[in-house]
Design a protein around this ligand. Sequence first.
Ligand SMILES: Cc1cc2nc3c(=O)[nH]c(=O)nc-3n(C[C@H](O)[C@H](O)[C@H](O)COP(=O)(O)OP(=O)(O)OC[C@H]3O[C@@H](n4cnc5c(N)ncnc54)[C@H](O)[C@@H]3O)c2cc1C
Length: 302
Amino acid sequence: MLSDLSRTGFYKKIEVKSRLAQERRALLRAREVAIKTRMNTENTIRDLLASFGIRLSGVKTYVGNAPEADVFIVLAKVVRQAQDTGPQGATAFIVDRGAAGFNVGPSDPKLGLDGAHIASITLNECRVSSEAVVGEIGKGFSLAFRSLDKARLHVAAVCVGASERVLDEALAYACERKQFGSRIADFGMIQSMLADSRTEILAARALVVDVARRMDEGQRVSADVASAKLFASEMGSRIADRALQIHGGVGYLKKKSVERFFRDLRVFRIIDGTSQIQQVIIARDMVRSYLRSREATEPDSK
Ligand SMILES: Cc1cc2nc3c(=O)[nH]c(=O)nc-3n(C[C@H](O)[C@H](O)[C@H](O)COP(=O)(O)OP(=O)(O)OC[C@H]3O[C@@H](n4cnc5c(N)ncnc54)[C@H](O)[C@@H]3O)c2cc1C
């Protein structure tokens, strides 16, 4: 099969080792395996995996729970050209922590979320077999995308819950703290921060529940999930910031949990796609839907 493969087509940056050759001779290495353009890629890669195994190499930073996890899902692709870095054609593999060539770095120190650890992972010719494939060959990214919608909506829901908690604390403090002979909750500018926060939480909660319901119904909601994540995560930072402001100086001290929420909520504007990436998803979907509907009503508008 290798001679077949090497005659034509795309160059693949994979290293293949023969199980038998490993035992008997040295290593049979095909650094540049070519694949016929017309050949079924799924079968080709499955054949390669079944016969020789594939070795994964690369680095992934910011892997959540990496310091504790025993099993990892790695998305990897056969790189055809140096600039071929997109997600298309990636395959998901299960890799054990103890696999040869698999290394988890030390936990990265960070601003918040002290209870959730991240680390970098390095794969150095880490061998996987066909049993390690999750889902279909070359469809790893759509698999990841499906779980990404859920993860983003989960983030949005977490932001709503954390914002409620932090607002409860701000309200309690505003009712307890007195300045110039009055409760600070009686000051208009404090009331304004409380009222805006309450209103935004209600809006975010309604948005998250609505998108979750439509997701459960099987509707296509990726862009709306992005809206929910964008709105709720940006809101979480705003509300934590106001809550800290309502607390005044003590809000900046470690002894108040509002200080921790201020740091913890910040990350949700970054993880699972930054706010800017959510905006890209939303805007692209809007443009695509508009052009599609215009084409449907005015076929000559292309
Ligand atoms: C605590 C923590 C936990 C994490 N956990 C995980 C995890 O478990 N698994 C995982 O895979 N990743 C994880 N991440 C990584 C996280 O998802 C990424 O950091 C995040 O998606 C941003 O990617 P980046 O850091 O490469 O930033 P970059 O992509 O380099 O972005 C830098 C800036 O450029 C902007 N930008 C980038 N592209 C565009 C564009 N097309 N248009 C407009 N603006 C753009 C971004 O919005 C940002 O402001 C984690 C990160 C942290 C901090």
